[in-house]
Ligand binder design. Structure first.
Ligand SMILES: NC(=O)c1ccc[n+]([C@@H]2O[C@H](COP(=O)([O-])OP(=O)(O)OC[C@H]3O[C@@H](n4cnc5c(N)ncnc54)[C@H](OP(=O)(O)O)[C@@H]3O)[C@@H](O)[C@H]2O)c1
Length: 463
C-alpha cells in the first residue's frame, strides 16, 4: 500500500538522452510517506460497514457526524463503478468537507480493472495547493484478495497515518534520463494514435514514423479534414487567417459575425494540420489514414476500429494523445467540466481498449501530464484524469508483460494546448517549455527503445 504524503520522484538511472535542450525525462514513482501520528476521530462520508468494523477492530473511533478537527474519510472513491461519476463524487464531497479544521483522506484503488482504478492522487495534489489550510491525503489501495482484506489493511495503515498538508514535493530530479536499452519492434506494425493528427501528439507520431520507416498509422480526432478556403493564401496563423476571411467576405458584400469567422478559421487550420500530418507520415514511408471520430462515443469508436482492423490487421501500437482542458478552481468546477476533461482522456481510452485486442499490443504510449505528478491550481479534473492514465500504464505494464508501456507526464510544451497566455504563465513561474522537436524525440526514443521497467516518465522542468 502506498501513501501519497510526501511524494518524491525516484530516479532509476542517469544515462544521456541526447536531447537538444534542457528537457529531461526521468523515471519516477511515489515514495510512501513515513508513518507518524494518529488520525483521531474518523468520519466516513458514505456508510461502509466493513470499513467501520475494520476501524473498530484497529481501535479507531468512527463518529456519526464530523466534529471540528475530524479526519473525514471519503469512501465514494471506492464504490461508484462509473469512473467519471466516481471522481466527480469525491471532488464534490471534498468541497463539502472543507473547513472546521477537518482533515480529508481520500481512498482510491491503485490497480485491478482499468475502470475501477482512480486518479485521486491528482486531486489531492491539486487541492493541497488550492486549499493550503486543509490537510489532504490520498491512500492508494492495492487490489485486495477480498474487500475485508483491503479494509483491514487500510485500517492498519490509518492507525499510523498523519494527515497534514505536505507543502511542495521534495524534488531530486536527475539531470539525465533513463537509458535507451530496449530493442525496437521487429516489424513496424499497425498504430492507432488518438489526437495524433494535431497538436504535440502529431510531432510525436512524426518522430515515431521517422524511426519506423513503414507500417500503418491510423490517426483519430473529431475535426473533419476541412478544405482550405478558396482564394486565401496559405497560412498557419489564426489571426492572419481571420483577417483574410473577413476581407474576403467584405469583398463579397457579406458581414460575418466574429464568432463565425473564428469558427471557419479554426476549422480550416485543423484541416490544414491534419493534411500536413498525413503527408508527413507518408513521406516517412508509412501508410497513413485519418479516422474522424469522437473518442467519447463508444459505438463510433468500436465501429471505426473494427473497420480499420479488418482492412489493416490488428492494432499493435496504441498511442493515446487526445485531451482537452476545462481549467477552473475546484470550488467552481461543475460535473460538466469534469465530464468534458474525462471524456477523451479517461472514457476515450476505455473505449479504445474495449474496441481492440489488448493481447495484440506491443507498444502503448500514454500522454499524461506533470499536473498528475505535482498537482496544478485550476486543473483538479485534468490532474485526476492524467493521474488515472499513469496508474493505468502501470496496470497495463503488469497485465501485458511483453508490451512496452509508457506514460509520459509532460511538463508544458511550446505548442499544442499551451497557447501564448499559458506559455507566459509557465515562464513567469520559471518553468521552461518543452520544444516540440525535443519532446517528440524523447517520446519516440523511449517508446521504441526505452527500458520496459521505466513505465512513468516525467518530462520537462521541475514545478
Ligand atoms: N501541450 C502541453 O503542454 C501538454 C502538457 C501535458 C500533457 N499534454 C497532453 O498531451 C496531449 C496532446 O496535447 P496538445 O497540447 O497537443 O493538445 P491539443 O493541441 O489541444 O490537441 C488535442 C488533440 O486531442 C484531440 N481530441 C480532443 N478531444 C477528442 C475527442 N473527444 N476525440 C478524439 N480526439 C480528441 C484533438 O483533435 P480534435 O480537436 O480534432 O478532436 C487534438 O488532436 C493531451 O492529452 C494533453 O493532455 C500536453
Amino acid at each position: 500500500m502506498a501513501a501519497d504524503l510526501p511524494v518524491r520522484p525516484e530516479i532509476a538511472s542517469t544515462a544521456e538522452t541526447g536531447a537538444r535542450s534542457a528537457v529531461r525525462a526521468v523515471n519516477w514513482r511515489p515514495v510512501p510517506a513515513e508513518p507518524v501520528g494518529k488520525p483521531g476521530s474518523v468520519f466516513l462520508t458514505a456508510p461502509e460497514r466493513h470499513l467501520e468494523k475494520a476501524l473498530a477492530d484497529a481501535g479507531i473511533k468512527t463518529v456519526s457526524k464530523p466534529g471540528a478537527k475530524s479526519t473525514i474519510v471519503i469512501t465514494e472513491g471506492l464504490k461508484l463503478p462509473d469512473p467519471t461519476a466516481r471522481h466527480w463524487a469525491v471532488l464534490e464531497v471534498a468541497r463539502q468537507c472543507r473547513g472546521r479544521g477537518n482533515r480529508i483522506l481520500m481512498l482510491e484503488k491503485a490497480n485491478g480493472a482499468l475502470s475501477r482504478i482512480s486518479g485521486l492522487q491528482g486531486l489531492a495534489r491539486t487541492l493541497r495547493q488550492e486549499w493550503p489550510e486543509v490537510g489532504i491525503a490520498c491512500w492508494s489501495l492495492a487490489a485486495p484478495a477480498s474487500k475485508l482484506d483491503l479494509l483491514g489493511a487500510f485500517s492498519a495503515e490509518l492507525e499510523d497515518a498523519i494527515l497534514t498538508p505536505d507543502g511542495p514535493m521534495a524534488q531530486s530530479v536527475a539531470p539525465n534520463a533513463p537509458p535507451l536499452s530496449g530493442k525496437g519492434p521487429e516489424t513496424p506494425g499497425v498504430w492507432l494514435v488518438s489526437g495524433g493528427a494535431r497538436g504535440v501528439t502529431s510531432d510525436c507520431v512524426l518522430a515515431l514514423a521517422e524511426r519506423l520507416g513503414g507500417g500503418t498509422v491510423l490517426l483519430a480526432g473529431r475535426s473533419p479534414i476541412a478544405p482550405w478556403p478558396e482564394g486565401i493564401a496559405d497560412t498557419g496563423d489564426l489571426k492572419a487567417l481571420r483577417l483574410a476571411l473577413i476581407e474576403k467576405a467584405r469583398a463579397q458584400g457579406e458581414k460575418p459575425l466574429p464568432k463565425e469567422v473564428d469558427r471557419a478559421a479554426r476549422a480550416a487550420l485543423a484541416g490544414r494540420e491534419i493534411r500536413a500530418t498525413l503527408a508527413g507520415l507518408q513521406a516517412c514511408g508509412v501508410r497513413a489514414e485519418y479516422l474522424q471520430l469522437d473518442l467519447g462515443d463508444a459505438d463510433r469508436v468500436k465501429e471505426a476500429l473494427a473497420k480499420a482492423q479488418a482492412q489493416h490487421g490488428a492494432i499493435t501500437g496504441l498511442i493515446h494523445g487526445a485531451g482537452v482542458l476545462a481549467d477552473g478552481l475546484a470550488e467552481t468546477k461543475t460535473r460538466e467540466d469534469v465530464g468534458r476533461v474525462f471524456a477523451p482522456k479517461l472514457q476515450g481510452f476505455l473505449n479504445l481498449m474495449a474496441a481492440l485486442e489488448p493481447a495484440a499490443l506491443s507498444h502503448i504510449g500514454l500522454f499524461s501530464s506533470a499536473s498528475a505528478v505535482f498537482g496544478n491550481i485550476g486543473q483538479s479534473d485534468y490532474a485526476m484524469a492524467n493521474a488515472w492514465l499513469s496508474r493505468v500504464a502501470r496496470q497495463l505494464a503488469e497485465d501485458l508483460p511483453d508490451a512496452q508501456v509508457k506514460s509520459f507526464c509532460w511538463g508544458p510544451w511550446n505548442g499544442g494546448m499551451v497557447d501564448e497566455a499559458l506559455a507566459a504563465h509557465f515562464r513567469a513561474r520559471g518553468i521552461g517549455l518543452i520544444e516540440r522537436a525535443d519532446g517528440a524525440a524523447i517520446f519516440a526514443d523511449h517508446l521504441l527503445y526505452g527500458d520496459r521497467a521505466d513505465v512513468e516518465l516525467l518530462v520537462g522542468d521541475e514545478w
